[in-house]
Design a protein around this ligand. Sequence first.
Ligand code: BEZ
Length: 203
Amino acid sequence: MKLYINKASPFARKARILAHEAGIADRIEEIDIVVSPVKTNEVLARENPLIKIPALVTDQGETFYDSPVICEYLDTLHQKRKFFPETGPQRFAAMRRQALTDGILDAAVLCRYETAVRPEALRWKDWIEGQKRKVFGGLDVLEAEADSWGDEFGIGQIGVACVLGYLDFRFADWDWRAGHPKLSAWFERASRRPSVAATMPPA
Ligand code: BEZ
């Protein structure tokens, strides 16, 4: 399989962590590419018309996107404990947590583009504050849940690790740890997992 990624992308990191945890990372060839909202990557555009990473090309030549679809597909390729519960309330709790962490990442990545890509004269402070409000609203919900996770490391917790890693990577000055002591302690433990350590964004 081929997985189009960028090592800075928290969405690609979800798939990379899951593959590592599932013991199937060696079946995946990572293709590290540059993406930009204002410059089309033609190689990626041939696989994914949305021109977004991650995109997975299976051994059968089918292309899957976006990260929830790729992660759920990868979860069918191994015999370990599933990262997506198959049925019942646990499945919906995990899917809701994935939606929350993906939403936080959407808001954070939009802030990154707004501050790093958009010309300074066109930046809109209130818009950035609106996105930041979503990030911190989501973190508050995760903080309230963190104690209930125990040792669980399913798709929801993979998303949380990607959120917190991305905030450390791009928005260290937002100081997300302040006011989120449970998440902070959880992330310290999660960061020791080989899958999380092996997929750290580049320095
Ligand atoms: C980043 O550099 O922050 C980034 C790269 C790819 C996708 C999303 C974010």
